[in-house]
Design a protein around this ligand. Structure first.
Ligand code: CP
Length: 333
């Protein structure tokens, strides 16, 4: 049984197969590959695109999706081993995962990092617990990484650019008033490096460098692909010669549990907004963002409304890649 927790567990050719079938599903939208199959979609955090694309995607393949929000319309769940459950949680992940596995053919989970303890966030305990106790495949709908977004990102870049090997890829931090989680940025490092691109990470200071586990994985992938990996805090250096600009905001890892001082630091870097002047430094780059995006905070109206912005295309491709992924995971079951 195969799970989809991180793309790091999958080979490039296996991921490419999912992308190729997604291209087919984009043309031939309605299939019966999930006929008589049920999928549980568990959201511990809000969503617009992920919920809609998964729920509609399952339906378009002839299956049934049930959406649950533990702690809201479903019981709060305990994840600690051997917990004395005298607080808010009404049931333990052991029973939740086993019972859902009896009803459903696949369980998908969204559980954002809490941004209080980096080691706890990196351990990815919520989805790893589902993986441990479920007897059906488990899919990550965004935890410490966002692998479904990665698939949609690469599909959109292949549609626009073609072969991605040797292309110059910039992942840039951009301003946002709150410290957002690092999932999409981590994912961006994993997938750009896996698909053979020269990867540059642009962030304001050392405080915003992503967790070493993702940096070292990106370095390792780039090295295997004879591609370069670089970290820069210089905006001009970051944008120059980029073929792809991917933007995301995230909180400074060195300021976990110190939101007030992180805010003082981040407010100095509103100039990291993606604008036309910066995009003019690139090699006619495509621009994307996972959205939701605050216009004129993270990227200007001019960038979002430009021909080179493919953020909506990437969001639309979530539907097709996820349908392809679910079909792959449930094939022959
Ligand atoms: N990009 C993304 O996952 O969007 P939602 O948070 O709306 O699901």
């Amino acid at each position: 049984m195969k799970n989809f927790i991180t793309t790091d567990d999958w080979t490039r050719s296996d991921l490419q197969e999912i992308l190729d079938y997604a291209k087919y599903l984009k043309k031939e939208r309605f299939q019966d590959t999930l006929k008589n199959k049920s999928v549980a979609l568990l959201f511990f955090n809000p969503s617009m695109r992920t919920r809609t694309s998964f729920e509609i995607g399952v339906q378009e393949l002839g299956g049934y999706a049930v959406v649950l929000h533990p702690g809201k319309d479903a019981w709060p769940i305990e994840f600690k081993k051997n917990a004395l459950m005298d607080q808010d949680s009404e049931e333990h992940i052991i029973e939740v995962a086993k019972v859902l596995s009896e009803y459903c053919d696949l369980i998908a989970v969204r559980s954002f990092p809490k941004f209080q303890d980096i080691n706890e966030d990196i351990s990815d305990n919520v989805i790893k617990s589902f993986e441990k106790f479920s007897t059906v495949p488990v899919v990550n709908m965004e935890t410490i990484t966002h692998p479904c977004q990665e698939l949609a990102h690469i599909l959109s870049l292949q549609e626009e650019i073609g072969d991605l090997d040797g292309k110059n890829y910039l992942i840039t931090w951009t301003y946002h008033p709150k410290p957002l989680n690092t999932a999409v940025a981590n994912s961006s490092l994993l997938i750009a490096s896996k698909f053979g691109m020269n990867v540059k990470l642009l962030c304001p200071t050392e405080d915003y460098i992503l967790h070493e586990s993702f940096i070292s994985k990106a370095q390792e992938n780039c090295s295997k692909n004879n591609a370069s990996f670089e970290i820069t805090h210089n905006i001009e250096d970051g944008y120059s010669d980029a073929d792809i600009v991917y933007a995301k905001s995230w909180g400074a890892i060195n300021y976990f549990n110190d939101a007030n001082n992180e805010k003082i630091l981040r407010d100095k870097f509103k100039n990291f907004i993606v604008d036309e002047k910066k995009m003019a430094l690139t090699n006619n780059a495509k621009f994307s963002h996972c959205i939701p995006l605050r216009r004129n905070i993270k990227a200007t109206d001019a960038v979002m409304d430009s021909d080179y912005c493919i953020a909506v295309q990437e969001a639309a491709n979530r539907l097709h890649v996820q349908k392809s992924l679910l079909t792959t995971l449930l094939k022959g079951k």
